[in-house]
Design a protein around this ligand. Structure first.
Ligand code: UDP
Ligand code: MN
Length: 765
């Protein structure tokens, strides 16, 4: 003891003190480091959750700021194709719902901060966030996140660095990462068309540029168009170790069975040209798919396409334990090369451990090559399963047939003429991982139907609809994007989805009652599932980091077992009846009144209505208020007092009897509605003309009786101020007597002021 104390004299004492202090400091530091690493993850989670909530909330709360910049760009095209006049009251029912000529733009060059996608499953979004939260700057947040990521490593302590090296192995999450990598390697080894990943990685290390088969020559996150030469890509498995526990960088896989030929037709998504001597042939083959089938057949089935993701996407991280997916392609008489290119784009660009299977549902195609040849071809790919329907079911029931046998955690529906881009899958699955009620859709890019080039589309686009349920695209305005600090990579909430391409948690899909099986062939199912998702507690998003090209076609290249227009209209009517509540009048009022007459059979809706009750879904009014407040949806066309120009008095209804009174807004008896069904009504009583007697009465409203309809303010008609009985053989109008004591029907005379009427408020004309 004495000996020991002797050491603590003089300079020994100082040295001893320093020694003890540094040991304590070291121990403390180690403890802090552990904490900070553990904490970093949970803070990441919180940061991310708050950020998502902010954006989501901002989009909802302030959506009144949204200015539809480019509504329905293709309306003209649609009208032209349908050969219809604007004034025609029966619009073609969304014939080309996805064939929207979407604006092309140059690749986005903004390299903003990477948004970190590490977080736990998100809680239900609160109805309203605390106000302060919505004002926090996401940029600042991203900075904070970056700081968090680097915390602990900057302090220069060797001990700490060692600890960090160890942590990934100790941590349970990281074990799973290692396992995952192993799994992935195994899957690749089993893999159908590709050599071992391990081999590839090794090759990759050695031969970064020469690249034999399947070897990457491209660094992560770089655009590939025109740069890849004959190599395909394999990506940054190594990077995963550098990222936080439980997450890894998005895998931008792009595997090929053989080296790519940079000179191949359409390689890198470039426009292909039909040689002179093939022009006739190319024209002849157009009708096989209503796109350039000749060129499609020339293009490699695994061609490269430009990585059109915003720059930050390749740096995003996703969870290691994402759910797996079954990819479901339904097709009827699809062109061979486009179907195969669709399948290969999924096989080659999806992480194998996440791709449970690909299900091809043949909706009773007639083309011979889609039978034996397809079976034979797909036999090489163990993940591909083919289901053949024994009679034509239509897209909706075909999808359900695919879903019924799917084994993946998630269902991913794709059209059979698409090309999935690199890194397309994980960002979709990540959203579902965060919240199983999110329904993510990739950005749908354009594969040009004439030259098969792959084109990226505008940023910030969302799916919307206009009356009568016409799907379209709408760009978030610059002001809105700026105000919300949105980056090009942030998910965009969509009032409705385009329909063809989306992922959904399999169990959730069934909880929602899947699709209405009463929908036939094609059309309306995107509206049905969209309303159902939103109103029953889910969310639809477009994920800018997930991109899939789709051939937009001018026509459906398959037949409709029944009349096409009738089929689609019937589908829409089913959707309107189940989901639109009182707003269904807006649907019918925009050109579909005829569906209410003649007992149009739209089939039994009992199950669908019961489902909505059972799920306790919210009202359509809620949907309009919270999800799509920009939509103009006045419940009536006009209301208030009904003023007669000639007599300068107003209509009044007492005990079902119509009379004239001095106009007085305070009298409820003078308040009438002019509805979307063209009824003039007070509560549930409607004005009915007796054309033979020239008299009028008030009768219970009945939407199936055309006689209750009155035309008013029909565009630019000389009788636009008149109230014309819609169903009389000669035109008869509502007329006030000169003394303003009677109302009767009389042949319409444009200049007669006693036949001219005006409501106090107009909402639509
Ligand atoms: N489809 C189907 N059965 C049908 C109609 C369509 O399986 O009765 C398939 C079709 O082959 C395509 C997908 O459903 O893969 C979507 O159809 P389409 O591409 O015609 O729709 P659009 O993209 O024009 O909306
Ligand atoms: Mn399609």
């Amino acid at each position: 003891m004495m000996r020991f104390l002797r050491y603590l004299r003089g300079s020994g004492r100082v040295l001893g003190f320093v020694f003890v202090a540094s040991v304590i400091w070291l121990l403390l530091d180690m403890a802090v480091l552990r904490l900070s690493i553990g904490d970093a993850n949970s803070r990441l989670v919180n940061e991310r959750t708050v950020r998502e909530q902010e954006i989501a909330q901002q989009q909802v709360l302030d959506s009144s700021d949204l200015k539809p910049v480019r509504l329905f760009r293709t309306q003209k095209r649609k009208e032209r194709m349908a050969g219809q006049d604007k004034n025609n009251l029966q619009p073609e029912p969304v014939a080309l719902r996805r064939s929207v000529e979407r604006e092309r733009r140059e690749p986005e060059e903004t390299a903003s901060n990477a948004s970190v996608q590490a977080s736990k499953p998100q809680q239900d979004m609160p109805e309203k966030l605390p106000v302060q939260a919505t004002h926090k700057s996401p940029v600042k947040k991203e900075k904070q996140i970056k700081e968090l990521q680097t915390q602990g490593t900057n302090n220069g302590s060797l001990v700490k660095e060692k600890q960090i090296e160890k942590l990934p192995i100790q941590g349970a999450n990281n074990v799973s990462l290692v396992k995952k990598e192993k799994q992935m390697k195994e899957v690749h080894n089993q893999g159908t068309n590709n050599a071992s990943l391990v081999k590839k990685e090794k090759q990759n290390e050695k031969l970064p540029i020469q690249g034999a088969h399947n070897v990457s020559s491209v660094k992560k996150g770089k655009k590939i168009g025109g740069m890849v030469g004959n190599n395909s890509i394999i990506v940054h498995m190594n990077d995963t170790l550098a990222v936080k526990a439980g997450v890894h960088r998005v895998l931008s896989l792009d595997l090929t069975a053989a080296p790519r030929n940079p000179n191949a037709v359409g390689q890198f998504g470039q426009a292909a040209v039909v040689p002179r001597d093939k022009e006739v042939l190319s024209k002849q083959r157009w009708n096989e798919g209503y796109f350039n089938v000749y060129l499609s057949d020339q293009i490699p089935l695994d061609r490269a396409i430009p990585d059109t993701r915003p720059d930050t996407c390749a740096r995003n991280v996703v969870h290691n334990d994402l759910p797996s997916t079954s990819v479901i392609f339904c097709f009827v008489d699809e062109v061979w090369s486009t179907l195969l290119r669709s399948v290969h784009s999924v096989l080659n660009r999806s992480p194998p451990h996440l791709l449970k299977e690909i299900i091809l549902v043949d909706d009773f195609s007639k083309k011979a090559y889609l039978k034996g040849n397809l079976d034979k071809y797909m036999a090489k790919f163990p993940k591909v399963r083919i289901v053949r329907l024994e009679e034509r079911q239509g897209l909706i029931r075909a999808r359900m047939a695919g879903a019924a046998i799917a084994k993946g955690d998630v269902l991913t529906f794709l059209d059979s003429h698409v090309e999935c881009n690199v890194g397309w899958l994980e960002p979709l699955l990540e959203r579902i991982y965060l919240d199983r009620r999110k329904v993510p859709c990739p950005v749908i890019e354009v594969i040009n139907d004439h030259d098969m080039s792959y084109k990226l589309v505008d940023n910030f686009q969302r799916g919307i609809f206009k009356w009568p349920l016409v799907f379209g695209w709408n760009t978030l305005s610059d002001e809105y994007v700026k105000k919300k600090n949105m980056t090009v990579a942030d998910p965009i909430r969509c009032p409705v989805m385009a329909g063809g391409l989306f992922s959904i948690d399999r169990k959730y899909f069934y909880e929602l009652g899947a699709y209405d099986p009463g929908l036939e062939v094609w059309g309306g199912e995107n509206m049905e599932i969209s309303f159902k998702i939103w109103m029953c507690g889910g969310t639809i998003e477009i994920i800018p980091c997930s991109r899939v090209g789709h051939i937009f076609r001018g026509k459906n290249p398959y037949n409709f077992p029944q009349d096409r227009q009738k089929t689609v209209q019937r589908n829409f009517a089913r959707v309107a009846e189940v989901w639109l509540d009182e707003y269904k009048e807006l649907f019918y009022g925009h050109g579909y009144q005829h569906l209410l007459e003649n007992q149009h059979d739209i089939g039994n809706l009992t199950e669908q209505i019961q489902l909505r009750d059972r799920l306790k879904c919210k009202s359509f009014k809620w949907y309009l208020d919270k999800v799509y407040p920009e939509l103009e949806a006045p419940l009536v066309k006009a209301n208030g007092l009904v003023f007669n120009r000639g007599s300068r008095n107003c209509l009044s209804v007492r005990n079902r009897v119509l009379s004239f009174e001095k106009c007085d807004l305070s009298k409820q008896s003078q308040h009438l509605n002019y509805t979307w069904l063209d009824h003039i009504c007070q509560r549930d009583l409607c004005l009915e003309p007796n054309v033979i007697q020239g008299s009028l009465s008030f009768q219970p409203c009945d939407r199936t009786r055309p006689v209750l309809r009155w035309l008013h303010k029909t565009s630019k008609s000389p009788l636009s101020e008149h109230l014309i009985s819609a169903k009389s053989s000669q035109q008869v109008c509502l007329e006030a007597s000169q003394k303003a004591d009677k109302i009767h029907l009389a042949p319409c005379v444009a200049s007669n002021p006693f036949q001219q009427w005006e409501f106090t408020n107009y909402y639509s004309v």
